[in-house]
Design a protein around this ligand. Structure first.
Ligand code: FMN
Length: 199
């Protein structure tokens, strides 16, 4: 299979083409199953992806609000509250382990200060080596470090790299991963059944 990840996606996002445009283009280009990723957080989006030619979907952001995801309460609260306009895509806001690794995350005090500084390049970003918190192990978390805050992280958690995609607007409740998958699948089936009577 091949995963076609649209620009809406949370976390590491190389391309700049939306899921809506990318999935049919990839489906036309290859003879193997295509799995759609990016902005798929409910059954409606899954149904749409299947109609675009996907054989399955790859879900990230929605599963952050699952019982199993070991993320800090502050991160989870921001996810549950965020709208589709609250994320930001950037080439080098946070330091990933390799250079030029674009990523999408929730806007926060770090990204706002960085934007105010004209999206300064690494080496010139405001307060670069500032310690903004600590991992549960006691190791420091630096501003701009790519670090997902887990339970037990202390300090200014809001200012850390809170990776999320634009589908975060559909993340409205916390449940088990199994329930999320079952819910998305059932809703997709219902939507596809309803859709067949529209045309
Ligand atoms: C918290 C988080 C961490 C991620 N980390 C990576 C990663 O290390 N490498 C990668 O290729 N993609 C990463 N991704 C992208 C996912 O694999 C997936 O493509 C994406 O989440 C799908 O889009 P969605 O978030 O809109 O569901 C990450 C996504 C999230 C939300």
């Amino acid at each position: 299979m091949i995963v076609a990840q649209g620009w809406e996606a949370g976390g590491h996002v190389w391309g700049q083409v939306s899921t809506m445009a990318l999935v049919p283009a990839v489906a036309d280009a290859v003879d193997i199953p295509v799995v759609a990723a990016g902005g798929i957080a409910d059954g409606r989006a899954m149904a749409a992806a299947m109609m675009l030619g996907a054989s399955g979907v790859w879900v990230g952001t929605r599963l952050l609000a699952s019982d199993e995801a070991t993320i800090h309460d502050t991160y989870r609260a921001r996810l549950l509250d965020a709208s589709e306009a609250d994320t930001q895509w950037a080439h080098d806001l946070y330091d990933v382990d390799w250079p030029d690794a674009p990523h999408r995350a929730l806007g926060n005090s770090t990204s706002r200060a960085w934007q105010k500084a004209g999206n300064a390049a690494p080496g010139h970003r405001p307060n670069e080596s500032q310690v903004i918190g600590h991992r549960p192990t006691g190791e420091p978390v630096l501003r701009y470090q790519s670090y997902t805050p887990v339970p037990g992280t202390s300090g200014d958690v809001e200012a850390m790299s809170l990776l999320a995609g634009q589908g975060v607007a559909q993340v409205r409740n916390l449940s088990s991963a199994a329930d999320i998958v079952a819910e998305i699948y059932q809703e997709a089936k219902d939507v596809l059944k309803r859709g067949s009577s529209i045309l």
